[in-house]
Design a protein around this ligand. Structure first.
Ligand code: GDP
Length: 322
């Protein structure tokens, strides 16, 4: 890696400067060198400050995998972490609050706590990667309910699945991003509760057989209970997302829109995007669940609620909220 020094640091034009006499008793070259060293130290310190701050944030957030830790937070902070949509709604004027559907799925904290057992690996609840398939007829034939995650490459799908499985740290979420690398559907068994399928990321250059694979799976998988369609909250619905939305609509699938990376935007930008997507869901879709699920795999915001929703729609948890 090449270090970029601020201008004035040794090597950035100092050799062309005419030497002027330094303070009495200090040879000019000595002072220049000393200053350069100080500037260099400052540059290096600045270079490492940002990653260190990110590491601190990630260490702080890593304690929020488990809901028991979340429950210890002050109320306002906990609400923000568990119900990010409610936090966004607070910024709206009373009359425009109806624009967001924040409480269609509104489980109690107790329900969210219970859902955690479904996602926690124990000797009686084995959570593991099962197999991969490039064609539907290679997919495991399991009787348990299934949910699948789809989204364009880089939307944050692997990170989200890792966050959902953070209470089963031995689960390996496989990523095959190299261009030309075979893209597969990856199946994860969550004990006796359900199967989670990580579908290959799509993009403009998705080959035909890939589209066939996704289409065939979505159309024909009998035990598929819900499709989770991921949209990057920073950029909103893109052209490729629309293709996936159209596919879900055409096959009359029940699907849910999950908005990823909500920690990346300012509150104002996020609210704008969320309202735009909500409007789209209300006006242009039939099969999409009306409530959006904003999440961050970095801060764990929205992750516990999403776990609870999955436990609910796979028939593993009855909640008061739905
Ligand atoms: P995938 O291609 O959809 O599986 O996307 P990844 O999970 O690999 O994420 C793509 C990039 O987005 C990576 O650099 C991740 O670190 C980053 N990313 C994913 N989720 C989040 C998130 O919630 N917040 C932030 N800040 N970055 C994220």
């Amino acid at each position: 890696m090449r270090l970029q020094f601020p201008s004035g640091v040794a090597g950035a034009g100092s050799r062309t400067r005419r030497p002027d006499p330094g303070p009495v008793g200090q040879p000019r070259g000595f002072l220049e060198k000393k200053m350069a060293i100080l500037r260099l130290r400052h540059a290096v310190r600045t270079l490492f400050e940002v990653p260190a701050a990110l590491r601190r944030l990630s260490r702080a957030c890593s304690t929020f995998h488990a809901f028991t830790d979340v429950l210890r937070l002050p109320k306002r902070q906990m609400t923000k972490l568990v119900f990010p949509l409610q936090e966004l709604e607070r910024q709206l004027t009373p009359d425009s609050r109806l624009d967001l559907h924040v409480k269609i799925f509104d489980p109690s904290l107790e329900d969210i706590s219970k859902a955690e057992a479904v996602f926690t690996a124990t000797s009686r609840n084995r959570i593991s990667y099962l197999s991969s398939a490039v064609r539907l007829d290679h997919a495991p034939d399991l009787p348990s309910p299934e949910v699948c995650f789809i989204g364009r490459s880089n939307v944050g799908k692997s990170s989200l699945i890792k966050a959902l499985f953070s209470l089963a740290p031995e689960v390996e979420v496989r990523v095959s991003k190299k261009p030309g690398h075979t893209k597969k559907m990856n199946f994860f068994k969550v004990g006796k509760y359900f199967t989670l399928v990580d579908m290959p990321g799509y993009g403009y250059r998705a080959p035909e057989d890939f589209v066939d694979m996704v289409e065939t799976y979505l159309k024909e998988r009998r035990n598929l209970m819900r499709t989770f369609l991921l949209v990057d909250s920073v950029v909103g619905i893109q052209k490729t997302d629309s293709i996936a939305i159209e596919m879900c609509e055409e096959f009359a699938l029940p699907y849910v829109m999950v908005l990823t990376k909500i920690d990346k935007s300012s509150k104002g930008h996020l609210l704008k995007q969320v309202l735009q997507i909500q409007k789209f869901v209300d006006k242009e879709t039939q099969g999409c669940f009306p409530q959006l699920f904003p999440v961050s795999s970095v801060t764990y915001s929205g992750i516990h609620l999403l776990r609870c929703f999955i436990a609910n729609i796979t028939g593993n948890l009855k909640t008061d909220g739905l």
